[in-house]
Design a protein around this ligand. Structure first.
Ligand SMILES: [Zn+2]
Length: 295
């Protein structure tokens, strides 16, 4: 599933390519026909992400999108559009160039392929959304109540819909959870945007046991973890990928981008203990029992 950095990147791309100009929205597959009718021939103002949620503001309406496991946008058209390619689940996405222009100078899109939930068309290109978990039009107030239920997003230090500073909110919500830190990091009401890779890699780099009780971690350690996640996720937005293991950081690390994620059974690059994987609330948790021992 795309983690928060992907949604922030997508918000930036949609704002850059579509905001401030009239667009056309349709649902070739039909399942978003009603929503598309509310958005089309209007002017999108901006797209914003919070955690794994994307919100596109169009006048007083808000288009809410959650890519889920299979969702992806693919962009086609002039160099600007084609240069973006696809964002989201790699297998669902297709990228490519554009076609001819119509009488009004708009690039004519290719016929939709597969189940395209929504197609947005601008003058110089178009984007197809396939396979989202959520795709609906809500009111501004409904979007605020979605935000209120979400935890703070490390990529939005200013916060939105919440008065409290993001770190303090994270600290307070963690303190109320009677679960392990490994489970709490995946709870979008505790912290928004962290997925399986950021969980595994941030806990490893902080030498924090994923089984430590969320409420029992010393405040300074929580602050370090928050800072680590913020930095990792900012890198993710800038690079368009999650790379937590930098060349030269670990002996014989090779080109691999992660310390523990999907490396179960191999020797830890820090302590040589065997990296472990286990099921935790339906998701696979990767960690090193040799050097992730303290809360
Ligand atoms: Zn280790």
């Amino acid at each position: 599933m795309p983690e928060g950095h992907t949604l922030h990147r997508l918000a930036e791309v949609i704002s850059r390519l579509f905001a401030g100009r009239s667009w056309q929205v349709s649902s070739p597959q039909g399942r978003f026909a009603e929503g598309a009718a509310m958005l089309t021939e209007r002017v999108p103002e901006r797209a914003q992400a919070h955690g794994k949620q994307l919100f596109v503001h169009v006048d007083d309406a808000v288009w809410q999108i959650h890519l889920g496991l299979y969702g992806a946008f693919s962009f086609r058209g002039d160099e600007q559009f084609a240069g973006v390619g696809a964002v989201g689940a790699p297998r669902a996405a297709r990228a490519g160039g554009g076609g001819e222009r119509d009488d009004e100078g708009w690039i004519v899109p290719e016929a939709p392929q597969g189940a395209v939930r929504a197609r947005v068309r601008g003058r110089d290109g178009w984007a197809d959304l396939r396979g989202p978990a959520v795709c609906r039009v809500v009111t501004y107030d409904e979007h605020l109540s979605v935000l209120e239920r979400l935890g703070p997003d490390p990529l939005r230090q200013a916060g939105l819909g919440v008065e409290e500073a993001p770190f303090e909110l994270f600290l307070r919500r963690l303190a109320r959870r009677r679960v392990s830190i490994g489970a709490a990091l995946m709870d979008q009401a505790v912290i928004a945007g962290v997925g399986n890779i950021y969980r595994a890699e941030s806990l490893f780099l902080e030498r924090m046991s994923p089984h430590a009780g969320a409420a029992e971690i010393p405040e300074q350690r929580v602050r370090d973890l928050w800072t680590r996640l913020t930095r990792q996720m900012r890198d993710g937005v800038a690079e368009g990928a999650i790379r937590t293991l930098r060349p030269g950081a670990g002996a014989a690390a090779g080109p691999r981008p992660h310390w523990v994620y999907k490396h179960e059974g191999t020797a830890c690059l820090r302590c040589a203990a065997r990296i472990r994987a286990e099921e935790l609330q339906g998701r696979r948790l990767y960690w090193c029992p040799g050097c992730q021992v303290v809360p």
